[in-house]
Design a protein around this ligand. Structure first.
Ligand code: ZN
Length: 190
């Protein structure tokens, strides 16, 4: 089932998400719905708060994006990214590393708004998967960026918070218009 994605201005996007206490069938159903939602929106990542659940769960799938390469290392060895996708991250802990890289980002909660964000090029990850097993790996390129963006969501942090002031100024009018639309829609549905 494709779920509605909440837009910027919805309070759940600013919540610090609660850890998942058990990987249950209900959680796996939510994961399946989130995958369907992410695919239908053409996204490379989706965090549970974006579909209204303030829990530490996010998905990433960076396949089929030839102009934005990704790398993955497992036990220090480079592995095939496509074979490693899609990724389910439950209760992820990350350690960004490497030099700063600037690249464009979008967010499914900010339709049609894109801006450059500077983030460390690599990230060490420890997370549970959809079977509740612990996974450790290191990501690079788009995969690193997408994971850092999604884990930010689990802490109530949004990509506009990471933009440098010039970039934020460039998108500010669009962000404010989106916020006004979200608030108007919330007032109407009250
Ligand atoms: Zn996002």
């Amino acid at each position: 089932m494709v779920l509605p994605i909440v837009p910027y201005g919805t309070p759940v996007l600013r919540k610090k998400c609660a850890p998942v206490t058990a990987v249950t069938d209900d959680l796996r159903r939510l994961i399946a719905d989130m995958f369907e939602t992410m695919a239908s929106a053409d996204g490379v990542g989706l965090a549970a708060p974006q579909v209204g659940h303030a829990i530490q769960l996010a998905l990433v799938d960076v396949r089929d994006i030839p102009d934005r390469p990704s790398q993955v290392w497992i036990d220090g060895r480079e592995a095939d990214v496509d074979a490693f996708m899609p990724l389910v991250l439950v209760n992820p802990r990350i350690q960004p590393s490497g030099k700063a890289a600037r690249a464009g980002e979008g967010c499914l909660s900010f339709p049609d708004i894109y801006g450059d964000v500077v983030r460390p090029a690599e990230v060490e990850v420890v997370a549970l998967n959809e079977r509740g097993e612990e996974c450790r790996f290191k990501g690079g390129g788009l995969l690193s960026r997408a994971i850092q963006h999604e884990v930010d969501h689990l802490n109530g942090v949004l990509f506009i918070d990471r933009m440098e002031s010039g970039e934020l100024a460039r998108v500010r009018a669009d962000v404010e218009a989106l916020l006004a639309r979200t608030k108007a829609a919330m007032a109407k549905s009250r």
